[in-house]
Design a protein around this ligand. Structure first.
Ligand SMILES: [Zn+2]
Length: 166
């Protein structure tokens, strides 16, 4: 089962370790500070249309991002793969590991590690504490610009905070 609480606390811990308290969060800088190289590559067809990115561990930890995807999707991809580095190295080194599809759709059931990585990415890029400071002041589109994520990520985070209030 996916452990979303752990994903959230790992994201908060990462931001605190890196002394980041303002948006936008730059996951590439965080990855590099952790010794994970981030590179942009031109993927061959059909992968260029299918894959956002992946992480590999040999010879050194490296996040490979599809250079064709939208900048906001790149940011999310790096944050997502960084979650695998922090939380799921065994999984990410295994045959079970799934690269991140561009439309975030999986064949069959989405593995719990993938759902945790999405939760980590959302919490890293749009921390609840920062989002609450702007909630009701800025529109969804303004928030998306401020946090450098898609509007969908903002909507998901706002819904999450609403749900968890009770
Ligand atoms: Zn993944």
């Amino acid at each position: 089962m996916a452990n979303f609480k752990r994903a959230e606390s790992e994201a908060i811990k990462t931001l605190s370790d890196m002394q980041i308290s303002t948006a936008p969060v730059d996951p590439e800088a965080i990855a590099e500070a952790m010794g994970v190289d981030v590179i942009y590559a031109e993927f061959q067809p059909p992968f260029d249309d299918q894959v956002s990115g992946f992480i590999r561990f040999e010879p050194d930890a490296q996040i490979v991002v599809n250079s064709k995807i939208h900048p906001k999707r790149k940011t999310f991809t790096i944050a997502h793969e960084l979650a695998h580095f922090i939380m799921h190295s065994e999984y990410a080194k295994s045959g079970e590991y799934k690269v991140l599809p561009r439309r975030n759709s999986y064949v069959g059931v989405k593995p719990p590690e993938e759902r945790e990585a999405d939760a980590f990415a959302a919490n890293l890029l749009v921390p609840e504490s920062m989002l609450k400071a702007y909630k009701g002041v800025a529109s969804v589109s303004e928030l998306a610009t401020l946090f450098a994520v898609s509007e969908q990520v903002i909507v998901n985070r706002l819904n999450h905070i609403e749900r968890c209030k009770a």
